[in-house]
Design a protein. Structure first.
Length: 417
């Protein structure tokens, strides 16, 4: 996806305090953290990932929430806010924050989740290059702005389906249907039938931003198949057909036949960018599993399993003294891969368990060694502080929040019972 782009709670019931890197050591409550090696302190009997997620959410609110002006209750792109930052975060990190809030809502916490989801509409643009509605990359608090990326719209769609499941409001299905129309307007037959990255850069040879990427088409497939499960019967055939079309294009054009992982993109001049990212594999794993579930066709599941096995073998290795570790950059990318392993779990519990054990150990290390005094996370969960500018990003904090909440749900924690 793009380099950084991302709304929350009008009434949150939290006391907003100064969020300063020079403040006293952060002390999360109720099973958060460890005893720091102090043998005089009693050991924590059991980690509560739900409580850690809530503590992280509180830290994000304190540090990133906009407290006045037209974007009040939205969130800043960075902490501290940069001189060139917009009044509210880009859509991508905001979506990550909403995804994290959805896990807290599922766990029983009141975090103003419905209001957060509804603020997606402030990023909506009725038209731009394409004369159909879609979500833009920025907002002034009321209106959507910036470019409209097809991958952004996919991850928004995934969260809208989740919101429908959790809140039972059919308006979220209407918003999903609009995203489908945006895709139908944007897809073309150049280099095969698939989506470009951004509507502003369609079929422009020589422009590096003009490409058909795994992120746009893979996450669109994931979204479409989640939407397929809940959309009106009258839409099911076209939604499934579009998902199958995008999946096939990716399998035929961006799959590395040697390991079944996925390359980044195919440029307008036909050149393949062979970079392999965790989240692109994740999108195809989830998409394949959901296509198998919908169609009963075994090849989708077999392909998903092949990509899953190779992704673990390819991405998990020794890093910074940790024997088994997922990549130390872009944790938002990694949590998408992890979520795809959970989608696969009904078909391979042992594999998912192995992947989750490593991820949870990485997350524990991040909690103990990869956070700042204010409770925020470094990008690198091994605790190496190498990129302060990226550490400031809301996206990095949203990824940690979603990871903690996802683990709590995976472990079937019930904090409010």
């Amino acid at each position: 996806m793009k380099i950084f782009r991302l709304l929350l709670i009008a009434t949150i019931g939290l006391t907003l305090s100064a969020c300063d890197n020079s403040q006293e050591e952060w002390n999360p409550g109720n099973n958060g953290g460890n005893n720091g090696g102090n043998n005089n302190q009693p050991p924590v009997a059991e980690v509560s990932y739900a409580q850690r997620a809530m503590d992280t959410f509180d830290a994000i609110v304190r540090c990133y929430r906009v407290t006045s002006g037209a974007t009040k209750d939205f969130f800043n792109e960075n902490y501290p806010k940069g001189a060139g930052d917009l009044p509210a975060s880009f859509l991508w990190p905001y979506d990550g924050l909403v995804a994290g809030a959805s896990t807290l809502h599922r766990l029983g916490y009141d975090v103003g989740y419905a209001e957060m989801v509804d603020r997606f509409q402030a990023y909506y643009r009725p038209s731009a290059v394409l004369s159909v509605g879609g979500f833009g990359s920025s907002t002034d608090g009321r209106n959507g702005g910036g470019d409209r990326f097809f991958d952004d719209n996919a991850i928004i769609g995934i969260e809208l389906v989740e919101a429908y499941h959790l809140l039972k409001d059919s308006k979220y299905l209407d918003w999903c249907a609009q995203i489908v129309r945006f895709y139908q307007a944007g897809i073309d037959d150049t280099m095969g039938r698939a989506l470009w990255w951004c509507e502003n850069n369609i079929n422009q040879p020589g422009n590096d931003s003009s490409n058909k990427p795994a992120c746009a088409n893979g996450f669109a497939t994931w979204f479409l198949m989640k939407y397929y499960e809940v959309c009106p019967e009258s839409e099911k055939a076209e939604v499934l057909d579009l998902a199958k079309t995008l999946y096939k294009w990716l399998y035929d054009n961006l799959r590395d036949p040697e390991d079944n992982l996925y390359w980044n993109s195919k440029g307008a001049d036909g050149t393949i960018n062979t970079t392999k990212w965790t989240y692109n594999s994740g999108a195809m794993i989830a998409g394949g599993v959901l296509l198998h579930k919908a169609t009963g066709e075994s090849h989708y599941l077999n392909e998903a399993k092949a990509t899953a096995k190779s992704s673990y073998d390819y991405y998990v290795r020794s890093r910074n003294g940790i024997p088994l570790c997922y990549p130390t950059n872009d944790p938002w990318f990694t949590i998408q891969l992890i979520k795809s392993y959970i989608v696969l779990e009904p078909y391979d519990k042992a594999f998912t368990k192995k992947c989750m054990e490593v991820f949870i150990a990485n997350l524990d290390n991040a909690w103990e060694k990869g956070r700042m005094n204010n409770g925020l996370f470094y990008e690198d969960w091994t605790g190496v502080k190498i990129n302060p500018d990226r550490d400031k990003s809301l996206l990095m904090q949203a990824a940690a929040l979603e990871s903690l909440g996802t683990v709590a749900i995976y472990k079937n924690e019930k904090p409010n019972e």
